[in-house]
Design a protein around this ligand. Structure first.
Ligand SMILES: NC(=O)c1ccc[n+]([C@@H]2O[C@H](COP(=O)([O-])OP(=O)(O)OC[C@H]3O[C@@H](n4cnc5c(N)ncnc54)[C@H](O)[C@@H]3O)[C@@H](O)[C@H]2O)c1
Ligand SMILES: O=C(O)C[C@H](O)C(=O)O
Ligand SMILES: [Mn+2]
Length: 539
């Protein structure tokens, strides 16, 4: 390939019509472009007009992906200028649709690394083939066993790794040349994919048990060797593996599980934001988590630790939690409890009717929660009678239906406001437009980990942190509180996505400072380290 084609085909270097005449001469681009030289702003305006002409959200996404594939700087320039509009297109919820259509619409690998469980001997070569001589500082890896709430998507889940990284750069300014999306193709138990002649991944059931964990170990060792400075972010692993992997590696390398830790801290920030509005205390709350899986238990653990930090004993703190999963309220003797659920189960003798507490309505009636958080993938589970029952017992019920994407949410924000006469303090997983009720405009906070993981990652990378520990995570959650005026009628419990670049930087500084304070950083000035690490979408 000629030099001209090399640079025009390299999305990290390409500027398209914005190459100046001087650059065109220097890079051998004379004659390879039309003569008009445009600014990035002109290019972005042209592209935005075309974007607006696309009729469906998935077409909009594919249009943006083509810009991403050809010119990363222009892509991020556009996304940052239209962040509220484009987050749901690039990321959740439209990303779910793109994963479901991956095989039909496959065009390009988007600089992702595809690892096959059949070939552990190829891990290093595969990673290096994709990263080349780029200095990788951030990896998002998925094995796609639990994509959002839509289940097992095999190799098609690679898009979640790509999408999470897009948000990292748009929100926190992580250099897009320094990131690597990775999918571990461990097979799939999704029978549609197993039968689909178009399916692009390993067409066999998922590998599990020791061979699976051996592969993960091999992958981790390779990452440590090849990218010793990188943060390794785990995304959408299965309920049976995510926590186990985090526990095994979190003290060994710079790593983070977004569904457990990212969701935990955004939920904590949301609850603290809600309590700023209601002027209540965390220790006065009764928490009911509906869906006690990866995300649900991540949330419980972080809230529990916050109560202990506030001075409660672990035994006292534990009394504030009620877990509800498929079996109903989880008791000490409930069959098939997970390791993460066990410390938070209740005793049967606390309730005269314990054998009837097998559904959400009965549990809400029995325990009278003040905070109800859904990560169950059960659409509409927060029904009108349940919400009305909760509201009868608490002045400002805190209700977070967090299951994604849109179709799986436990409730709609507009219904929750209606059923509670505007009393509910709400956060949702997906973005929700403002809601008008009576004389008040309600802003709905988005408790999606995307509002916090970019800042956590930027802070950890900027600090050169050795690990991400709980103190750093708590610092991140607290950095997101106090950015909303709680006295404004209809105030949201979290700051709006339109401010994501500002508050991601604030979260990053808090995380970097925590690493410095704990002696876990290689820098000594958090603000400077964060500012120096940030990449800008400019030519
Ligand atoms: N808003 C966010 O930032 C965020 C972050 C992570 C996950 N999530 C969402 O949370 C949901 C769960 O994700 P996960 O990774 O924890 O999955 P998971 O599979 O680990 O957990 C889901 C849990 O829900 C339980 N469940 C299923 N059916 C139920 C029912 N009828 N009643 C009660 N419980 C039931 C399952 O047994 C499981 O324990 C997904 O929709 C995901 O998109 C949201
Ligand atoms: O991807 C999201 O939108 C949030 C979260 O990580 C999820 O799995 O739902
Ligand atoms: Mn996720």
């Amino acid at each position: 390939m000629t030099d001209a084609m090399n640079i025009l085909n390299n999305p990290f270097k390409n500027k398209g019509t914005a190459f100046t005449m001087e650059e065109r001469r220097r890079y051998g681009l004379i004659g390879a472009l039309p003569s008009r030289v445009k600014t990035i702003d002109q290019q972005a305006n042209d592209m935005y007009k075309l974007y607006q002409s696309k009729m469906s959200r998935i077409e909009k996404r594919h249009f943006l992906m083509e810009i991403f594939n050809t010119n990363r700087t222009l892509f991020f320039y556009i996304m940052q200028h239209h962040i509220t509009e484009m987050m749901p297109i690039v990321y959740d919820p439209v990303i779910a649709e793109s994963i479901e259509k991956y095989n039909e619409r496959y065009l390009r690998p988007q600089n992702a690394a595809y690892l096959s469980v059949q070939h552990p001997e190829n891990i290093q070569e595969s990673l290096l083939n994709v990263s080349g001589d780029r200095d990788i500082r951030l990896i998002v890896v998925t094995d796609s066993q639990g994509i959002l709430g839509i289940g097992d998507w095999g190799v098609d889940g690679v898009d979640i790794a790509v999408g999470k990284l897009m948000v990292y750069t748009a929100a926190a300014g992580i250099n897009p040349e320094q990131v690597l999306p990775v999918v571990i193709d461990a097979g799939t138990n999704n029978h549609h994919l197993l039968e689909d002649p178009n399916y692009l991944g390993e067409q066999h059931p998922r590998i599990s048990g020791q061979p699976y964990f051996d592969f993960i170990d091999h992958f981790i060792i390779t990452v440590e060797k090849v990218y010793p400075k990188a943060l390794l972010h785990f995304e959408d692993f299965g309920r049976g593996t995510a926590a186990q992997i985090l526990d095994k590696y979190q003290n060994r390398l710079l790593t983070f599980n977004d569904d457990i830790q990212g969701t935990g801290i955004i939920a904590l920030a949301g609850v603290l934001g809600a309590l700023n509005i209601s002027r209540e205390k965390l220790r006065d709350q009764t928490f009911l988590t509906f869906g006690a899986g990866t995300a649900g238990m991540g949330i419980v653990r972080i809230l529990f630790e916050e109560l202990v930090r506030e001075g409660l004993t672990p035994e006292e703190a534990k009394q504030h939690f009620y877990l509800v999963d498929k079996q109903g309220l989880l008791f000490d003797d409930t069959p098939s409890l997970t390791a993460k659920q066990k410390p938070f189960t209740r005793q049967r003798d606390e309730f005269p009717n314990s054998d009837r507490l097998t559904n959400l309505g009965a549990v809400v009636h029995a325990v009278q929660p003040t905070v109800m958080i859904g990560t169950s993938t059960q659409p509409g589970a927060f029904t009108e009678p349940i919400v009305r029952e909760m509201t009868a017992n608490t002045t400002r019920p805190i209700i977070f239906p967090l299951s994604n994407p849109t179709e799986l949410a436990e409730a709609k924000a507009s219904d929750l406001l209606k059923w509670t006469n505007g009393k509910a303090l709400i956060a949702t997983g997906i973005p929700v437009a403002d809601i008008q009720l009576d004389q008040t405009t309600f802003h709905i906070g988005q408790a999606n980990n995307a509002l916090i993981y970019p800042g956590v990652g930027l802070g950890a990378i900027a600090a050169g942190a050795k690990v991400i520990n709980n103190q750093m995570l708590v610092a991140a959650a607290h950095a997101l509180v106090g950015l909303v005026d709680p006295d404004q009628p209809g105030a949201a419990v979290l700051p709006p996505v339109k401010n994501i670049t500002q508050f991601s930087e604030r979260v990053a500084v808090a995380v970097a400072q925590s690493a410095i304070d704990q002696g876990l950083a290689s820098v000594d000035n958090a603000e400077k380290a964060v500012a120096d690490t940030k990449w800008e979408a400019q030519y």
